[in-house]
Design a protein. Structure first.
Length: 116
């Protein structure tokens, strides 16, 4: 198994997603989510869990999209949860809920990557 950098803060998650997405690393993207995470992909639908996300991200990354951060907004935290948000360059937005793990790292549990 490949050793990957872990998110030590909620702010790390988007940076790691962009790096791994642009590298075509499906397994690296999955490593940023809890096993039962819910992601609103494709738009208008919900995909739950690593197996279903693997299929969606494999198909998406095959198209070699270019990921960028857009305008990242300050993280809102409440205990072991955090809301990460950004405005996208096309006028949309994205929002994710991150959850602190028992080892102190962070993973996304809910992700809505496109809305607005």
């Amino acid at each position: 198994m490949t050793e990957r950098e872990t998110a030590k803060s909620p702010e790390d998650l988007l940076r790691l997603f962009i790096e791994r997405g642009n590298a075509g690393d499906v397994e690296g993207l999955l490593a940023l989510y809890e096993p039962d995470a819910v992601v609103a992909v494709p738009p208008g639908r919900e995909t739950t869990g690593h197996e279903a996300l693997r299929a969606v991200y494999t198909q998406l990354l095959a198209k070699k999209p270019k990921f960028d951060a857009g305008t990242v907004l300050p993280v809102l935290r409440s205990g072991d949860y955090a809301l990460t948000t950004a405005r996208t360059d096309d006028g949309g937005a994205r929002a994710e809920v991150a959850h602190r793990q028992p080892d102190g790292t962070w993973l996304w549990i809910i992700d809505r990557p496109f809305f607005g």
